[in-house]
Write a protein that binds this ligand. Structure first.
Ligand code: ZN
Length: 377
């Protein structure tokens, strides 16, 4: 494991090579675009290599409480759909902008992981880059929040609109929020998009939800807004009870589910919920949600069949914890556990250890679940 084939490029040489290729790309005309695109891809692969960490998996050294960053980076960089977009970014024109550019630094890190011969590499340049964007290093972070921060930075700094669109298609969940007055039946609808589905693991009476499917159903359940939660209805001219519901419109290729295991209960103290919560290898959303919880046609729903790709797991407490990532390599179809610089091959049974256990204080619990859409049959 960790053995790389191919040559080792000097960082500077690589940057120069890359910028030359990118400049060449800029001046090309639209004529014979297909042919030229193929040529460009060939040129790029000669720099970056064809394989997405094909010959095993490479760890990332912990540079001071950076397990959250390492886990998220592995989830991004092991996703061949994401790296396919990353490889086509425009290289920033000067050193200062290169240092500040998150997608560019991710690309350099990917190159370092692919073409080095080490079992693990240091993500220090990317960490410095993130610190320039006010992401604090050497402190414990919430991986779900950081996933959003990282994704926004990547999206913002990808200059090509077509890449931003592809990135949105790859990760964005579309929902429709419904708000219906219970007195006059007038209804308002609003489309919105989300990067993760933040599903509760307890119901409103603090009862444990039994499975991921239950959590998803609970997330999409309609909710009555009564008493002090009543809203003003323009038709009725007063505050009335409302029914609020979220309907699923579209699911992306890479779907991230955030299990809300950190909760505020009674006080400002953040409590971690460690109870057992199984999640399936295969997940069919059209079978989990009811007709009423969806706002999608049959063709869209037919594509809601997923298989698990990765699990970002948290162990320990909210104040003193550790993250690692279990990822199924898309090129090898093997599971790996990425624990900073330590990477080992594991089985699906090992991944199931992240279902959680109320008794185990330091025990691992899944925190982010990343599912991939199955290819159409
Ligand atoms: Zn009304």
């Amino acid at each position: 494991m960790g053995q790389r084939s191919g040559h080792q490029e000097g960082g500077k040489k690589l940057e120069v090579a890359l910028s030359q290729i990118m400049e060449a790309e800029e001046v090309q005309t639209n004529a014979e675009e297909d042919k030229e695109t193929k040529a460009k891809v060939q040129k790029l692969t000669s720099v970056f290599g064809v394989a997405d960490l094909k010959n095993g998996a490479v760890g990332l050294y912990n540079i001071g409480q950076s397990c959250w960053l390492n886990s998220l980076l592995q989830v991004f960089l092991m996703n061949t759909c994401f790296t396919g977009i990353l490889r086509r970014i425009t290289v920033p024109p000067d050193d200062k902008q290169k240092r500040r550019n998150v997608p560019y630094q991710m690309l350099l890190l990917l190159e370092k992981m692919q073409h080095g011969k080490q079992k693990a590499v240091y993500p220090e340049d990317l960490a410095v880059c993130l610190s320039l964007h006010r992401v604090k290093l050497f402190v414990q972070h919430d991986a779900a929040q950081l996933f959003l921060t990282l994704w926004n930075l990547i999206k913002k700094q990808m200059k090509k609109p077509e890449l931003v669109e592809e990135l949105n298609d790859l990760y964005t969940i579309c929902v429709q929020e419904h708000l219906a007055c219970q007195k006059c039946s007038s209804e308002t609808k609003r489309n919105s998009s989300m990067l993760t589905l933040p599903v509760p693991v307890l119901d409103s009476n603090s009862h444990v939800l039994k499975s991921l499917e239950d959590c998803l159903q609970y997330f999409f359940r309609p909710e009555e807004l009564t008493d002090h939660n009543m809203c003003f209805c323009e038709h009725c001219g007063k505050k009335t009870p409302f029914l609020q519901s979220t309907k699923l419109v579209h699911l992306p290729q890479t779907l991230t589910i955030h299990l809300k295991r950190f909760c505020f209960r009674k006080s400002a103290y953040i409590h971690k919920l460690r109870h057992y919560l199984p999640f399936p290898e295969d997940l069919d959303f059209s079978a989990v949600l009811t007709e009423n919880q969806c706002q999608a046609d049959d063709k869209e729903k037919a594509a809601w069949k997923y298989e698990i790709f990765a699990v970002v797991a948290h162990s320990g407490s909210t104040t003193c914890g550790h993250y690692c990532a279990y990822i199924r390599s898309l090129t090898e179809c093997k599971w790996y556990c990425f624990n900073d610089s330590h990477v080992c091959q594991v089985s699906w049974d090992d991944v199931k250890c992240t279902y959680g256990h109320s008794e185990l204080h330091w025990g691992e619990t899944a925190y982010l679940l990343i599912y991939m859409k199955k290819p159409p049959q």
